[in-house]
Design a protein around this ligand. Structure first.
Ligand code: DNO
Length: 353
């Protein structure tokens, strides 16, 4: 288990790498060029600046989250080949600086979606919340307004330029079906995987969050069957998964511990966090502790340990605790607690062997 910590870059994160350095056992920083408009090539010089800065703290910079996929590729329109060529160039450029894993997702228009970024928990902290009935009834533009007026920082995956043309994008997806989206994903992977493989990079698809259709848009990476289907697209070692327990685990049918055993060797990267699911399908993000939520985090780490998992792991969204002002879900304190829980479980399971 190679523990990492997601960080948004200088001037774009409330957390500093000097602080992350004091969290025990963190080996690497998960990074991205967050200011880059989606679809543009990541140039060597800008990659080098970021990687050098991360390395100056003694961290590795082997995992990028995310190189986002342009909507044209997901839509499969005339411009997709242009954006696929750019993506290939970005993969090659990243490989020159030691990057080993690229996390990406294939969610149409919206990345991770929540209805409240600072929902109170009984312990006095706040956390990200998903209210099912609200999503079913809200106009997406209203949601964007609520979310963006709640935070001074943009959310990853909610690129501002995309948010400004929501109506147009939703119209473009009008006739999109799950099957068509699968075809477009397969088309993309068949083009990029050979380059990734020869560059020593693993592509790791992030599941859809939440793992079901929202706003009438199809979502296809939602559970065991879809992960199997994804892997069946290509047996290239570069075709992998970001095993995100909180995203998949928001759906009760996904048994995250059992699936960890099944998919560990195809997951070069894992996001480990807990969510508490309510009777009506709403969910809230809790601490990482197994008994705080609905996901068997202990079982997940046990299965990873059984499989001698050597992939990259990061704690995922944390609560906002001790008055910390931070990016929603991405403060220092609760993620540091999460890391210590993961270390504790891992060490205990390893010593049982
Ligand atoms: C949210 C994240 C996602 C994730 C992307 C991966 O906090 O888990 O935005 O980074 O979906 O492409």
């Amino acid at each position: 288990m190679n523990i990492t910590f997601r960080w948004y870059g200088q001037g774009n994160d409330t957390v500093r790498l000097e602080q992350v350095k004091q969290v025990p056992g963190v080996k690497g920083i998960v990074w991205a060029l967050h200011q880059k408009p989606v679809g543009e090539v990541w140039e060597e010089k800008e990659i080098m600046t970021e990687v050098d800065y991360i390395k100056s703290f003694g961290f590795h910079a082997e995992v990028v989250e995310s190189v986002n996929v342009h909507e044209s590729i997901k839509l499969g329109n005339d411009e997709r080949d242009y954006y696929i060529e750019n993506y290939k160039e970005t993969i090659q450029n990243l490989s020159k600086f030691g990057v080993k894993v690229i996390c990406y997702n294939f969610m149409p228009v919206f990345d991770w979606t929540r209805t409240d970024l600072f929902h109170p928990l009984p312990d006095g902290s706040t956390a990200l919340y998903f209210e099912k009935s609200k999503i079913d009834s809200i106009d997406p533009e209203e949601l964007i307004h609520t979310v963006s007026s709640n935070t001074e920082l943009t959310l990853p995956g909610w690129e501002p330029e995309k948010m400004g043309r929501i109506k147009e994008l939703l119209a473009a997806y009008k006739d999109m079906t799950e099957e068509k989206l699968w075809e477009n994903l397969a088309y993309f992977l068949k083009k990029i995987l050979p380059i990734a493989e020869s560059s020593g990079i693993k592509m790791a698809i992030h599941p859809d969050d939440p793992p079901w259709s929202i706003f009438g848009l199809p979502r296809i990476i939602t559970g065991r069957d879809s992960l199997k289907r994804l892997l069946a697209i290509s047996d290239s070692p570069a075709n992998g998964i970001t095993y995100c327990t909180g995203s998949l685990g928001a759906h009760r049918e996904n048994d995250m511990a059992a699936m960890a055993a099944e998919f560990a060797r195809h997951s070069p990267f894992a996001h480990i966090r807990n969510v508490k699911i309510f009777e009506n399908g709403d969910f809230i993000e809790t601490s990482h502790l197994t008994s705080d939520g609905s996901i068997n985090i202990k079982g997940v780490v046990q299965k990873l340990s059984d499989n001698q998992y050597e992939g990259y792991v990061r704690p995922d969204h944390g609560r906002h605790i001790w008055g910390e002002k931070c990016r929603p879900g991405y403060g220092l304190y609760d993620r540091a607690l999460g890391i210590m829980y993961l270390h504790g479980l891992w060490d205990a399971f390893q010593s049982e062997k």
